[in-house]
Design a protein around this ligand. Structure first.
Ligand code: CP
Length: 327
């Protein structure tokens, strides 16, 4: 029995998922449709078909993660894969083994897919060159988090039906956000009108994302927006990873309050957007810095837990599409 709802020959063209740019438009539609298909299983609490039985999935996270790591684990298990979470802190990485050697070691255990999170932007491409298995980006550096963008798109589709024509304001620390880049590229391909909103020092360099308009106030940036996507202020990336602790310390209570007063998303500031505009955030959140807790928890306006829900079926769809290749 075919479980695939739609798709070009029911197969995905991409053989890896490092960037949203790896995906054709047909791949994107296929993954989003397959996501909704798997979301149905989760909503009904039905067991999903064990389409990855016999496959081995390795989750190799060199950076902390709750949502991505655990939803990839759940996704693989629901599809019947053998899933290994590499305990990096207790692994030979701790003895000085390189990230590449650790990945090669895990691949040698007959991994079919490796989901990798790394601080560097380039590691995934290096691994894709040398590993025999499919490489999936579970978040890289400051540039890419493609499965987050796909799950965000799936959550938006579930609320609005389509992204086409929606005005989506991505707000806050865009400069350090891997989600902002992947979201902006994917949402534009799906027909949304995307804009960046935040202070100048947290915007990308001026030669990047030249096709995304920028606003330096919520008043301008939220005007006409259907969705405000808040982003975590990434203190640990200010201004370089070496200086993380001291920069976080320098962003003191007064500065957090100032930031919230200027760029914080709240029931008050969301009124600057379209009536009924929805709020999103990829998590983890700094409550009281980029978003007010009451808005984040607003059951009518907030799609934040919907995003978390869609993490599982989206990753089921990505793993299925990459590993079964239309079989
Ligand atoms: N959104 C996201 O990537 O969250 P985690 O860091 O918890 O995986």
């Amino acid at each position: 029995m075919s479980i695939r709802p739609t798709g070009p020959d029911n197969a995905m063209a991409a053989k890896r998922l490092i960037s949203v740019d790896d995906l054709t438009d047909a791949d994107i539609d296929y993954i989003l449709d397959l996501t909704e298909h798997y979301a149905g299983y989760l909503r009904r609490s039905d067991p999903a078909p064990k389409r990855l039985a016999g496959k081995t999935q390795v989750n190799l996270f060199f950076e902390d993660s709750t949502r991505t790591n655990l939803s990839f684990e759940l996704a693989g298990k629901k599809l019947g894969a053998d899933v290994i979470n590499v305990p990096v802190a207790a692994s030979s990485v701790h003895k000085g083994e390189s990230q590449v050697d650790t990945a090669k070691t895990m691949a040698a255990m007959a991994a079919d897919v490796m989901v990798v999170r790394a601080k560097e932007d380039a590691l995934h491409y290096k691994l894709d060159d040398i590993l025999p298995c499919a490489v999936v980006n579970g978040g890289a550096g400051k540039k890419e988090h493609p499965t987050q963008a796909l799950l965000d798109a799936a959550a938006i589709r579930s609320e609005f039906g389509s992204l086409n024509g929606l005005v989506i304001a991505i707000c806050g620390d865009i400069r350090h956000s891997r989600v902002a880049g992947s979201d902006a590229r994917l949402f534009k391909r799906l027909g949304a009108d995307v804009r960046f909103v935040g202070p100048a020092h947290l915007m990308p360099d001026s030669d990047q994302f030249t096709d995304v308009p920028r606003a330096d106030s919520l008043k301008d940036g939220l005007d006409g927006a259907d969705i405000a996507m808040g982003l975590r202020v990434q203190f640990e990336r200010f201004p370089s990873d070496d200086d993380a602790g001291s920069m976080a310390a320098r962003f003191d209570e007064d500065q957090r309050r100032d930031y919230f007063e200027t760029f914080g998303l709240s029931h008050q500031t969301i009124k600057l957007a379209k009536p009924g505009a929805r709020i999103m955030h990829p998590g983890p959140m700094n409550r009281g810095v980029e978003i007010d807790g009451a808005l984040a928890d607003d059951k009518e306006l907030s799609l934040i837990l919907r995003q978390v829900f869609y993490g599982v079926p989206t990753r089921m769809a990505c793993l299925d599409a990459l590993l079964t290749r239309g079989e």
